[in-house]
Design a protein. Structure first.
Length: 246
C-alpha cells in the first residue's frame, strides 16, 4: 500500500505540469465532444431500452410490466452512466497512446533522472496493447453493467473492470522507454498486485461523470510513477547480468 500511496502522491502535483496539460487537452476535448454527441444521438434510445429492460425485470417479480416513471428515471440514469463511461474510455485510450511519452519524461525529470533507458517498447506495441486492452475490457464492462441493477454486486464488478483496464493500458507505456522486454515481463509478474491495487484506487473516478474525462491524466502519471519506482527497485535487487538487455 505504501508504494501505491507514494505513486498517487508523486503524481498529484504533476497534473498541473504545463507539458502534460497542453498535450492532453485535445484528447479530452475530443472525448467531451463524443460524450455530447453520444448523448444527443443515443441518449433517448438507450434510455428507452434500459427502461424496458428494467420494467421487464420488475414484471418478473410481480411488479407493473409497463415502463413507468421509476423505470424511465433509472433508465435515464443508466444511459447517462453508460455514455459517460464510454467517453471516459475514449479519453483513457487516447491519453495512454498519445500522452504516455510526456508522462514518462515529466515523471523521469522529477523523480527518476538517473534511471537507465533500455527501450523495450515501441509505438506499435503501445497501440496494439491499447486495442487489446479495450477489446478485453468490453465484455467485462457489459457483465458489470448488467449487474448494476444489483448495486452490491455491480458496483464492485465495475470498479474491478476499470482497475484492470487502467493497469493494462498504462503499464506498457510507462515502461516502454526504460525497461527491456525481459524486465517488463518480470516486473508485471512481480508487481501484478500493486498494479491492480493502484488501478482499484483510481477506478472510482471512472464512475463520476465529467471527472472521468480528466481522471486518465492523473492515472497515467500515477502508473508511470509506480512502474518506474518498481523498475528502479527491481534493478537494485538484481545484478546487471540478470536484468535483461534491450
Amino acid at each position: 500500500m505504501s508504494s501505491i500511496a507514494r505513486a498517487l502522491g508523486r503524481a498529484l502535483p504533476l497534473v498541473a505540469d504545463r507539458r502534460v496539460l497542453m498535450l492532453v487537452a485535445l484528447p479530452l476535448v475530443i472525448a467531451l465532444g463524443l460524450w455530447i454527441a453520444g448523448g444527443l444521438l443515443f441518449g433517448l434510445p438507450l434510455t428507452r431500452a434500459l427502461a424496458r429492460a428494467i420494467a421487464s425485470g420488475l414484471a418478473h417479480f410481480g411488479f407493473a410490466a409497463d415502463p413507468g416513471a421509476f423505470a424511465t428515471a433509472v433508465g435515464a440514469i443508466g444511459a447517462f452512466v453508460v455514455l459517460s463511461i464510454a467517453a471516459g474510455v475514449v479519453a483513457l485510450t487516447a491519453i495512454a497512446i498519445f500522452a504516455a511519452p510526456v508522462f514518462v519524461r515529466v515523471v523521469e525529470a522529477h523523480h527518476f533522472p538517473t534511471l537507465a533507458k533500455k527501450h523495450g517498447g515501441t509505438a506499435a506495441g503501445s497501440t496494439i496493447n491499447a486495442l487489446v486492452a479495450v477489446a478485453l475490457w468490453i465484455p467485462m464492462a457489459l457483465v458489470a453493467l448488467v449487474f448494476l441493477l444489483v448495486p452490491p454486486i455491480g458496483i464492485p464488478l465495475s470498479l474491478a473492470a476499470s482497475a484492470w483496464l487502467n493497469q493494462r493500458l498504462f503499464r506498457y507505456d510507462a515502461l516502454a522507454l526504460h525497461a527491456s522486454r525481459d524486465e517488463y515481463v518480470a516486473l508485471v509478474h512481480a508487481a501484478r498486485g500493486r498494479l491492480f491495487g493502484l488501478g482499484l484506487a483510481l477506478s472510482p473516478l471512472s464512475l463520476v461523470p465529467f471527472v472521468n474525462l480528466v481522471a486518465p491524466l492523473y492515472a497515467g502519471l500515477a502508473f508511470t510513477c509506480l512502474c518506474l519506482a518498481e523498475l528502479e527497485a527491481m534493478r537494485a535487487r538484481m545484478p546487471e547480468t540478470a536484468r535483461g538487455m534491450p
